[in-house]
Design a protein around this ligand. Sequence first.
Ligand code: KG4
Ligand code: ZN
Length: 349
Amino acid sequence: MTTVLAIETSCDETAVAVVKNRQVCSSIINSQISIHRQYGGVVPEVASRQHLEIVNQAIALALDSAQIDWDTIDGVAATCAPGLVGALLVGLSAAKTLAIVQQKPFLGVHHLEGHIYANYLSEPSLEPPFLSLLVSGGHTSLIYVKDCGVYETLGETRDDAAGEAFDKVARLLHLGYPGGPAIDKLAQTGNPQAFNLPEGKVSKPGGGYHPYDSSFSGLKTAVLRLVQHLEKDSGALPVPDVAASFQETVARSLTKRAIACALDYGLSTIAVGGGVAANSTLRKHLQAAAAERKVRVLFPPLKFCTDNAAMIGCAAADHLNRGHTSPLTLGVESRLALKDVMHLYETKD
Ligand code: KG4
Ligand code: ZN
């Protein structure tokens, strides 16, 4: 069993976990949402300072609740890309320092690879190949998972990410930050068929539409126009109906693309990851469509859908088991394509 201490500070969660291969020994998640809410979104400089203030405490707590000492830890990992540069630097520097002091291997982890690995935490028997639908605040991708570190992106968003669309529409409806959970809650009391909103399509150069790519900026603009129109004409805004109709459109669009992609590539499992994987309508639609087409669909438990360090530790343990470690000179990157994930590692023969 490979045991890893992992740190995740790519955005607004300061998270530390101890993971034994696919088993979580402890997972500490300190959300900064209440701090950023007053600004209507994440303020990068505020996020970095907050990570700095609590990261040491979170590390001590993770070690303590795992009841593990340094003798049994085989490696130290941190998210190094993609994300907010200042925020990433806090976790990466802490991990490197611990690796040096405790003389353990160090690993940088790609945040999206972590979201893919969240599925192994709840489904330890899962093995590639499978299709991963990654839907977070910064990404909307369909990824062919071939092996540890071997990924092919088959579809992505051409503009806003799904989570970003939820956050922007929530702002339009004055629901605050983060938008996803607020829209999801309100949509429960609304009529998803109340308004017919356009599902964004991406044109192909030779004609037709790209079957797996999505686009959410047109949908966001359609919601803006609808809100303006309703406010002008009737004065009252049926917020639950708008929220439910928007959520329905996003869920249908993602479900259609994920199912088509899995069937076309002959992949019998779709593993969902990222904050939007917590969405109740997406879960319902994807589960129903997958059952109809005899495709297995996996959603991690809610605590492993949004950002956490257990998923980072799980990915790091897999890399470490294969002899992959990162040089201590590794830096952070605000962007890094998933196909380049092996650039983070040196392989010991
Ligand atoms: O994966 P994540 O925690 O952070 C990133 O890596 O971006 O995802 C955060 C995103 C936010 O945009 C948030 O609004 C969205 O996930 N989200 C949801 C739900 N819970 C979180 N979106 C829709 N429905 C939810 N229940
Ligand atoms: Zn994330």
